[in-house]
Each structure stands twice: as structure tokens, then as C-alpha cells.
Design a protein around this ligand. Structure first.
Ligand code: ADQ
Length: 483
């Protein structure tokens, strides 16, 4: 049987140490969910970093971790703390992430970061090559590993490789800033299939390939000497049923079963039944447009005083990349804005913004999704945005309104939402009003269409279609060579 191996920066487990006991905690993220269905079926290995630096454990403990992961079908790529700093926090999060999200002013072009990126990508490629058998497939994920396809292809030209980028691929005018743009493209072109969330990102990629290398491109096929590379769009979905079923359960919970958060929220509604909840959930990242959202909400309260006391913004931000200065600065900015709005419009019985700087368990997340009248998501740039899809899946009675930024990948699947430009604070303020006043029939009509779409194309379908394309390209490649 031909196996399918997954390669991603992080393995689908995190390492937990409690009273000197080391254990593995499975990741519940979207990628892990989608991939579990394919890599188990194909009996492949998952190659990645366990999320801890080698120095954090003794050699024998690290060996223990390695053995535990092996049993779960994983192959470990160990990284030293220097590599974590220069590869992951460096080139990945201080060079590629800001550049690909159009934050050129934040990009750090240190050659030291690039050198580390090359070395670490080689480690991932070498580990993958060790486990490959003839006829296997490899699926590499995301911006941390863009050189890996090329590195594998160099040693194993016979292996069919897929690559999926989870963040935007920027327009050529932005991509060209990168001193190592040619090397990155060469790395990606080592894949036989390069996947993106949207057709726009695919187009940007093809345009960079054309301009930098001048390869012949017909439709979405790139002709490189004796091979073909296919670029295509695969919008990533979520585990729709998991969110939908959890939301169903939330509704039927008895008082005792409800979480503290749920009970607190119900108390608020009891005191003021007309109170509306507006929800926003993201990692605390400058690409998510969090200050834009807060300023727009402030404008909304300023312009429509009748909503002071009647509308609360529940804002969840998951701590992220704390070691990068721009993230620390963003955290301060968000705290100041929250403080300002609550100071201006708050009272003993009313906090305009409830701000939680933490990760919440799945159960609480679903409770919030199902209790919120509006989801307000304002990224200034976002590859897809799965939160938007999770909110939709959790709306059992099909009420609820989605306000979504036009700068996200998900907007392509949500034409029925209220679409805004996050830089236009007046427009966002008006959108909040429109959402809060939208008749229930209209909410249901819009939500039903989005739900049907997302239900059909869930994370399992996404993975299945990518793998099906990978198999098709294997055939195309063979036909092309035999011509
Ligand atoms: P992210 O930038 O992390 O992903 P997103 O797609 O929104 O963004 O996924 C975030 C995930 O974290 C969601 O599943 C959400 O439920 C969870 N989450 C957020 N806040 C949480 C909280 N407070 N507590 C618990 N869980 C929380 C990157 C790209 C995206 C792309 C995905 C997938 O930046 O554009 O959609 O990969 O490809």
C-alpha cells in the first residue's frame, strides 16, 4: 500500500510534564483533526517538532518522548533553543509571517534567521526521506517548511509531494521584498501540487513564478523542464458536526451542567434581557485587526448611545508569540483600548467590553458561539479564519449574524454575511448596528445558506480532495514523462 506522510512544524501532540511525569496531550486544532482522517487511513507517519527545545529535557527524557511519539505514528524533528529562536520565532514569525500578511514594516530580514530556516528545513526533509518507501506520498504543511518540498524532490524525484499554505500568499509586489524569494519559490516548486485557501493566493503565487522564473504556465499548470507543478485552491473547512453537536448539547444542559461562564452570562441576560452579545475570538495577532475592531465598537457606542448598556463585546484573545516585540506592543494597545472604552461607557451594571486574554476549553468556546447574537471578525489579513466557520456551525436555530472582513480567505464562502473593510471604522460601526437590528427571518435565511455550504465542505472533505488531487497529479506526471 502507498503510504501518505504528513510533515508540519508541530506534531499533533504537546508534551505535558506533571510531577516529573511526562505525557502526551493530543492537539485538537483544525489541522490535526483533518489530518487524522487521512494519515491513519494511509498508515503514514507524521513528521514534526514536538514543541519543546532539546535543552528543556535530559537526553533520556527526550528519548522517552521520542518513543512515546513513535508509538503514536510520529517522527520527531528535535530543535535546539537556538533553532527555536532563529528558525521559528525568527524567520517564521518575524520574517515570513509579517511579510505574507502585508506588514512589511515589521519584517526582520536577518541573514542569521534565513540560515537557520535552511538548516531546520533540511532536518525536516532528511527525517522525511528516512521514512519514505517507494510509491509513498508526502504532504507538507505551511510557511515554516517552504523549502522542504524542493529538498525532498532533489533526493527523491520519484516521490509525489503536496504542499499546502495556510496563510495568504502575497502579491508579487510584496513577495519581491524578500531577499530569498527565489529560494522560497524553488522550494515550493519541488512539490507536485501546491495548495492555497483561495484562488487569489494561487494567482499571486503563479504570478511570482512567472515573473521570477519565466516558466510557461497554462491555466494552473507550471511547466518545468520534464515535470509539471499544479497550483490549486482548497478552502480548508472545520469539523462541522463536532461544533454543531456540541452546540446542540449546550442548549439542552441543565443548570448544574452549565459552566461558570455560561451561568455568568445567563445572569447578565436575566438582569437585562434585551442585552446583546457580540463575540470576537482570535489569537492575539496584529493580522487579526483587534484594535480596529475596538475602535469601531467605540465609535458605534459613541454614535448610538441607545446601545450603551444593551450591547457587550465579548473579546477572547489567545496569548500568542509573546517573545516577539510587536505582539507585546499589541497586547498593551489592546489593554489600553479596552480600558478606555470601559472607562468611557461602563457603569456598575455594564461593561461594554469583556476581555479575556486566555485560551478557553472547547466546551466554553461552543457556549460562547451559541450564546452570541453577532460574531465580529475584522482581520486586516487572514489566510482563512476558522473561527468564522465555527460560529456558523454552532448556530443551532440559524439565528445570529456574521460580520466578516473582506481581507480574509473565508469571505469567499460567506457572501451572505455582512462584509466589511476593517480599516473603515464607520462602516464597521454601521455593520454592528445593522447586525443587531437584523430581523430574525433575514438572519435565518442568510445563515441557512452559509451552513449548508460549510457542512458540505468540511475538514474531512478538504483533506480528501487534496489527497485525491495528489493522486491525480501522480498520473499526470507519469503521462507527461512517457510522452
Ligand atoms: P490561526 O491564525 O490560528 O490559523 P484561525 O483559522 O482563526 O487562525 O484558527 C484559530 C483556532 O484557534 C480556531 O480553531 C479557534 O477555535 C481557536 N481559538 C481561538 N481563540 C481561542 C481561545 N480563546 N480559546 C480556545 N481556542 C481558541 C492559521 C491561519 C488562518 C487559517 C488557519 C487554518 O492564520 O488564516 O484559517 O491557520 O489554515
Amino acid at each position: 500500500m502507498n503510504k501518505l506522510h504528513i510533515v508540519s512544524n508541530r506534531l499533533p501532540f504537546s508534551i505535558v510534564t506533571q510531577q516529573d511525569q511526562i505525557s502526551l496531550k493530543p492537539s485538537v486544532g483544525g489541522l490535526a483533526t483533518g489530518m487524522k482522517s487521512v494519515y491513519k487511513d494511509f498508515e503514514g507517519r507524521w513528521i514534526g517538532w514536538p514543541g519543546v527545545a532539546t535543552e528543556d529535557f535530559s537526553a533520556s527524557d527526550f528519548e522517552k518522548i521520542d518513543t512515546m511519539l513513535q508509538k503514536e505514528g510520529c517522527e520527531t524533528v528535535p530543535l535546539s533553543s537556538y533553532e527555536v529562536e532563529t528558525f521559528y520565532e525568527g524567520f517564521c514569525n518575524r520574517t515570513i509571517w509579517p511579510l505574507f500578511h502585508y506588514f512589511n514594516q515589521y519584517v526582520d530580514y536577518s541573514p542569521e534567521f534565513w540560515e537557520s530556516y535552511v538548516k531546520v528545513n533540511q532536518k525536516f526533509a532528511d527525517k522525511t526521506i528516512e521514512v519514505i518507501d517507494d510509491g509513498d506520498y508526502v504532504w507538507v504543511h505551511d510557511y515554516q517548511l517552504m523549502l522542504v518540498p524542493g529538498m525532498i524532490k532533489k533526493k527523491r524525484p520519484d516521490i509525489i509531494i503536496g504542499f499546502f499554505l495556510h496563510i495568504p500568499f502575497p502579491s508579487y509586489e510584496v513577495f519581491r521584498f524578500l531577499p530569498w524569494r527565489n529560494e522560497i519559490l524553488e522550494g515550493l516548486l519541488g512539490a507536485d501540487l501546491v495548495g492555497f485557501h483561495t484562488y487569489d493566493y494561487e494567482r499571486h503565487f503563479l504570478s511570482s513564478v512567472r515573473r521570477l522564473f519565466g516558466y510557461e504556465i497554462s491555466f494552473n499548470r507550471i511547466h518545468i523542464e520534464e515535470r509539471i507543478v499544479l497550483a490549486d485552491a482548497f478552502p480548508m473547512g472545520i469539523d462541522y458536526d463536532k461544533f454543531h453537536n456540541a452546540a446542540l448539547q449546550t442548549i439542552s444542559k441543565t443548570l448544574r451542567e452549565k459552566s461558570q461562564l455560561h451561568q455568568e452570562l445567563e445572569k447578565v441576560f436575566f438582569v437585562s434581557p434585551e442585552r446583546k452579545l457580540i463575540l470576537s475570538i482570535d489569537r492575539l495577532d496584529y493580522s487579526k485587526g483587534i484594535p480596529h475592531r475596538l475602535r469601531a465598537f467605540e465609535k458605534f457606542l459613541e454614535k448610538y448611545p441607545e446601545y450603551r448598556t444593551k450591547a457587550t463585546l465579548v473579546m477572547l484573545a489567545v496569548p500568542s508569540r509573546n517573545s516577539v516585540p510587536q505582539y507585546q506592543q499589541l497586547k498593551r494597545e489592546v489593554e489600553e483600548l479596552v480600558g478606555r472604552i470601559n472607562g468611557l461607557y461602563g457603569s456598575v451594571n455594564y461593561s461594554p467590553v469583556w476581555y479575556f486574554y486566555r485560551s478557553l476549553p472547547f466546551e466554553n468556546l461552543v457556549e460562547l458561539y451559541s450564546m452570541s447574537d453577532v460574531a465580529l471578525l475584522t482581520p486586516v489579513r487572514d489566510g482563512m479564519n476558522l473561527v468564522a466557520k465555527e460560529y456558523v456551525a454552532s448556530r443551532i436555530n440559524q439565528t445570529g449574524v456574521m460580520i466578516i472582513s473582506e481581507m480574509t480567505g473565508v469571505v469567499k464562502e460567506m457572501a451572505e454575511a455582512i462584509v466589511i473593510n476593517p480599516n473603515n471604522e464607520d462602516e464597521v460601526a454601521e455593520a454592528i448596528k445593522q447586525a443587531l437590528e437584523m430581523p430574525v427571518d433575514e438572519q435565518r435565511a442568510r445563515m441557512a445558506v452559509i451552513q449548508n455550504r460549510l457542512k458540505r465542505y468540511d475538514v474531512f472533505k478538504w483533506a480528501e480532495q487534496f489527497v485525491a488531487s495528489l493522486k491525480r497529479i501522480a498520473q499526470i506526471q507519469r503521462d507527461f514523462i512517457s510522452k
